[in-house]
Design a protein around this ligand. Structure first.
Ligand SMILES: [Zn+2]
Length: 76
């Protein structure tokens, strides 16, 4: 029985996320559209999924790897 409600809740959350993503995508032009590390274009779906992102997927992964190597430097 709880399964049914869990699924309904998950579906509602997904639909809300999709609506938010669509809303953000409509405003994506105002954000940063080029990666601050490699200056490559950040794809619109990524900008919609990660509002305020400043790096492409590859550079963000490198950035997070760099940070995880020095756990002392996690203040931001
Ligand atoms: Zn990049």
């Amino acid at each position: 029985m709880t399964d049914y409600y869990d699924r309904a809740q998950a579906l509602e959350a997904r639909q809300r996320e999709a609506a938010l993503a669509a809303h953000r995508a409509g405003h994506a032009g105002a954000g940063q559209d080029h990666c601050e590390d490699c200056d490559g274009e950040i794809p619109v779906p990524r900008r919609a999924a990660v509002p305020g992102c400043t790096r492409c997927v590859a550079c963000q992964a490198r950035h997070e790897q760099r940070r995880s190597r020095w756990p002392m430097n996690t203040t931001n």
